[in-house]
Design a binder for this molecule. Structure first.
Ligand code: FAD
Ligand code: UDP
Length: 363
């Protein structure tokens, strides 16, 4: 008999397992259908000895001291600010769009933030309340930048036109009038010093926690006794798709090894208009690993496969709400995480939400 059964050993499940076992001194069984901990954050050393991220690059960043202090109990850090480039018209440009991008793209010479602001004022389309991702971008930078840097990347990534996506999707990427070329401006940006897998092992290192990998909830649900269920998988699957499937976007990852120290100068290069992949990642730049060989990963978006991205648009939110209402009716059930809450969460947001959920557990 367990006090809690937790489905999913990603950040949502693992943070809750850690809190419940250490703070409430309760017995937890955490299961995952995959053969490893960490959910989508899992990393491992590949055949040629390079630490790679199995499911896409995971750059940790946050403005939350609370999240950072919490995680710091389970890992040391390697400070690292992510700077990437995007390949447009045969050249590499800073992305997010900044003053250097504008100068290079429009072949001009804006020297100050004021000049850049004035310039964008002339380019931008006057839309007071952007209703979708196309409107979001053109209302800030106009059509030329939109078409070359955003439109095709978004179509490739989501299989949808930006017009069909919530403004928040392209709105994740800021537009800058200075020359800051960091991808994020969060106060804390770092990688777990020895990788994510070690961080998860430390999170779950408590005698109150039992871990079972290669274990699908649907196969064991009637064989295990527990008082509370914490579920971090797909919410539509939980209810046997009774209202229909919630769409998620997937990715196929192509790993390639090279017998040279670095393949590219940047941790990530985006390809909005060329090739079928959206980006090439060389995570070694971020992990800081020294090795004479390297591994890169190309990301090919697709419909079928593991559910990596909830697709932010109203029609999907409405369907999600129907499932959420069902979940709220079940007393001993807690749903949390990117899949279960159908939210385009970053890691720090999932951790913050899991800590909040823990505070509200009335055991
Ligand atoms: P997950 O990590 O998806 O964990 C859920 C787990 O539940 C999975 O391991 C799954 O196998 C398991 N599960 C599901 N159903 C069952 C079942 N029936 N039985 C047993 N187990 C089950 N965030 C950042 O902050 N920075 C980044 O740079 C970043 N990059 C990303 C890049 C990509 C390509 C992707 C897809 C995401 C990225 N994220 C990033 C987001 C980050 O991965 C998520 O916020 C975080 O991993 C969500 O944690 P979670 O526990 O909610 O979900
Ligand atoms: N985006 C884009 N061009 C880029 C980078 C991002 O159009 O060069 C858009 C695209 O729709 C993408 C979204 O902005 O899905 C969010 O980008 P982010 O890099 O945050 O995506 P993630 O790392 O979550 O896949």
């Amino acid at each position: 008999m367990y006090d809690f059964l937790i489905v999913g050993a990603g950040f949502a499940g693992s943070v809750l397992a850690e809190r419940i076992s250490s703070q409430l001194d309760k017995k937890v069984l955490i299961i995952d259908k995959r053969n490893h901990l960490g959910g989508n954050c899992y990393d491992y050393y590949n055949d040629i000895g390079i630490l790679v991220h199995k499911y896409g690059p995971h750059y940790f960043r946050t403005n939350s001291k609370k999240v950072y202090n919490y995680l710091s109990k389970f890992t040391k850090w390697r400070p690292y600010e992510y700077k990437i480039r995007t390949y447009v018209n045969g050249e590499l440009y800073p992305i997010p769009i900044n003053r250097e991008t504008l100068n290079k793209f429009f072949k001009i010479n804006l020297k100050t933030e004021k000049q850049a602001k004035e310039f964008l004022k002339k380019k931008r389309i006057d839309i007071e309340n952007p209703q979708n991702s196309e409107e979001e971008v053109i209302s800030k930078v106009g059509w030329e930048i939109y078409k070359k840097f955003f439109k095709n990347y978004t179509i490739k990534q989501w299989g949808l036109n930006p017009k069909q996506l919530d403004p928040s999707v392209c709105g994740r990427i800021p537009i800058r009038i200075n020359n800051d070329d960091r991808y994020f401006t969060d106060k804390i940006q770092a990688m777990p010093l020895n990788g994510y897998h070690e961080l998860f092992q430390n999170l779950l290192n408590n005698s109150n926690i039992k871990i079972k990998l290669n274990t699908n909830y649907w196969k064991i649900k009637n064989k295990i006794k527990y008082k509370y269920l914490i579920y971090t998988g797909r919410i539509d699957e939980f209810f046997n798709y009774k209202y229909g499937k919630l769409p998620y976007r997937s990715l196929r990852f192509k790993h390639e090894n090279y017998d040279k120290e670095y393949y590219q100068d940047w941790v990530q290069i985006n390809y909005p208009n060329n090739y079928e992949f959206t980006r090439i990642i060389e995570i070694k730049h971020a992990t800081g690993q020294k090795n004479s060989k390297t591994t890169i990963v190309k990301e090919f978006p697709c419909t079928n496969g593991k559910p990596f991205y909830p697709i932010p648009r109203n029609i999907n939110y409405r369907l999600f709400e129907m499932y959420k209402k069902e979940a709220d009716k079940i007393k001993n059930l807690i749903i949390v995480g990117r899949l279960a809450q159908y939210k385009y969460y970053n890691m720090d947001q999932v951790i913050e939400e899991s800590l909040r959920v823990f505070e509200n557990i009335n055991y």
